[in-house]
Design a protein. Structure first.
Length: 79
């Protein structure tokens, strides 16, 4: 497995975990939250998001969700 494949697999697993921890977020909201957490604040933020950036952002959102379930700055992005 290449590094890129490994990163993508980890990102998909993180998205699955985010979906479990944040069932109120639609998939589009989750992707927008990833882009915003990665500081991709422009209109094409999701489009330009690299897998490594997405993984790092997902890990940040997961840490926030685990520390304070149902609260946190990430929740305000999509709601």
């Amino acid at each position: 497995m290449t590094s890129q494949e490994r990163t993508r697999a980890e990102l998909l697993a993180a998205l699955t975990e985010l979906g479990r921890l944040r069932p109120e977020w639609r998939l589009g909201q989750t992707l927008a939250n990833l882009a915003m957490t990665a500081e991709r604040l422009d209109v094409v933020g999701v489009w330009d998001l690299e897998d490594e950036e997405g993984l790092s952002a997902a890990q940040t959102l997961l840490a926030q969700s685990i520390q304070v379930p149902g609260a946190g700055s990430a929740e305000t992005y999509g709601e």
